[in-house]
Design a protein around this ligand. Structure first.
Ligand SMILES: [Zn+2]
Length: 440
């Protein structure tokens, strides 16, 4: 098998970049899929890996997706997990890697394209690691991109960590929490970058000046957590900001809302945009509302059979709102190139923007580690109790990549059994040297 690789690809492995570290995934109970035939095609190699970089247009996205086998991969997954054309049974980790491959097709020049594919220069190879405490497997020695907007694999890990933190922040506050959602009016003709800039600038104006200080004092506000989100619908992209305001107990929510709305509408007008008095601000303040928001924050929406039907029938259900992961999923699962193009526009517009923001001093007040880790740091966090199940040299790792078997290898490794890992790799045509001593 390795002979078919030739020498040309191997010299490209390694590359450059500063991503480092390990990535753990929590799923440990996923079914094992073993292919009966080993698939290896030169066409599966990404332009980045092959050393050439191309930028994407609409046409080339579809062409690349077809050439690189995104849809072919899907067909393979679909037949392994359910009826052809139905993908709802695909385990979460396989799905995330599959979506990551779609993101890579759409954004060949971004770091998501090498995330958990390219090894860190100077490392001996790619390690398959197992954490007995988490009962889960992960890779070591591979670059991670740490992009919360672009990478389904990294964002799952980052969001999980941030969600836990947010939940403990909410639990630590003895007063009241009021959640507000801020939106602007827009049409399908609005550019996303300009909308986003308008939204964030209006938020900044709203929170500045003497009047805002008086507002904070009046309601005993100690700080806030802002979360940036986006959906897509009939009127185009709908970027919006959820804010959890940490206020004193017993605040009159109606008075708070009225004052906040007045400030919001005025701030939006100052940046030359419009927010509707009725829809521009939405406030929720019950404990149940806050808990439900935090529990769901950053989670991928479930892609159900009903979803698939609706999206396939109506080009991602125009009229209702699609989440960004639904857009990417429509591209990957249904071959919806328009959805893929929309997703790419979103990813480029959100790149570099912070997803979750604590006002200064709030983290310390609520007992969180005062210095917040960056997304990249969270994505690269190592698992302390990890044991090595296998080490793959670059040629062996190439075979795993060429078979789109990254997720499946981890699923097998989630057994914690090096023998199973070995035999899975053997089926791909990879024979490991030297690991048998460690596993006996
Ligand atoms: Zn990533």
């Amino acid at each position: 098998m390795l002979d078919t690789l030739g020498g040309g690809f191997l010299s490209k492995v390694g590359g450059s970049g500063k991503g480092v570290g390990l990535l753990a995934q929590p799923d440990s109970t996923l079914p094992t899929v073993v292919k009966s035939t080993v698939r290896f095609a030169v066409g599966d190699l990404h332009p980045l890996d092959a050393g050439s970089v191309s930028s994407g247009s609409v046409g080339s996205v579809a062409a690349r997706a077809a050439r690189l086998g995104t849809l072919g991969t899907l067909a393979r997954f679909a037949s392994a997990y359910g009826k052809p054309g139905q993908t709802v049974g695909i385990p979460p980790r396989v799905r995330r890697f599959m979506l990551q491959a779609g993101a890579r097709d759409l954004l060949p020049n971004e770091r998501v394209g090498v995330c958990l594919r390219r090894s860190i220069p100077g490392t001996p190879g790619v390690s398959v690691l197992y954490s007995p405490r988490q009962k889960a497997a992960h890779y070591g020695g591979l670059m991670v991109c740490g992009s919360v907007w672009m990478c389904p694999v990294c964002s799952a890990k980052i969001s999980e960590r941030r969600r836990e933190e947010l939940a403990s922040a909410v639990a630590a506050w003895g007063g009241q929490i009021i959640m507000a959602t801020f939106t602007l009016q827009h049409t399908a003709a609005d550019g996303l970058v300009s909308l986003l800039d308008g939204l964030q600038e209006a938020m900044r104006k709203m929170r500045s000046g003497r009047a805002w200080m008086r507002f904070q004092e009046q309601h005993g506000m100690v700080g806030s957590v802002r979360a940036l989100e986006n959906t897509d619908g009939i009127n185009g992209f709908h970027p919006h900001q959820h804010v959890l305001f940490f206020v004193a107990g017993g605040v009159d929510v109606d008075v708070f809302t009225q004052q906040l709305r007045d400030r919001w509408l005025a701030s939006v007008a100052k940046v030359g945009r419009y927010a509707s008095p009725k829809w521009g601000l939405n406030v929720k303040a019950t404990t149940a509302d806050i808990a439900a928001y935090v529990a769901k924050w950053g989670k991928e929406p479930k892609w159900t059979a009903a979803h698939e039907l609706a999206k396939a029938g109506s080009k991602r259900g125009r009229g209702d709102h699609s989440s960004m992961s639904e857009l990417l999923e429509s591209f990957v699962v249904l071959g919806d190139v328009e959805a893929g193009t929309r997703w790419r526009e979103y990813a480029q517009a959100f790149k570099g923007r912070k997803q979750l923001f604590y006002s200064p001093g709030l983290r310390a007040l609520l007992g969180l580690i005062a210095e917040e880790k960056t997304d990249e740091e969270v994505a690269a966090e190592a698992v302390e109790d990890a044991v090595v199940l296998a080490v793959l040299d670059l040629a062996a790792w190439r075979v795993v990549l060429a078979n789109d078997a990254r997720a499946e290898l981890l699923n097998v490794a989630s057994s914690g059994d090096p023998v199973q890992v070995r035999s899975f790799l053997l089926r791909l045509g990879v024979e490991l040297g030297g690991i048998s001593d460690d596993s006996s």
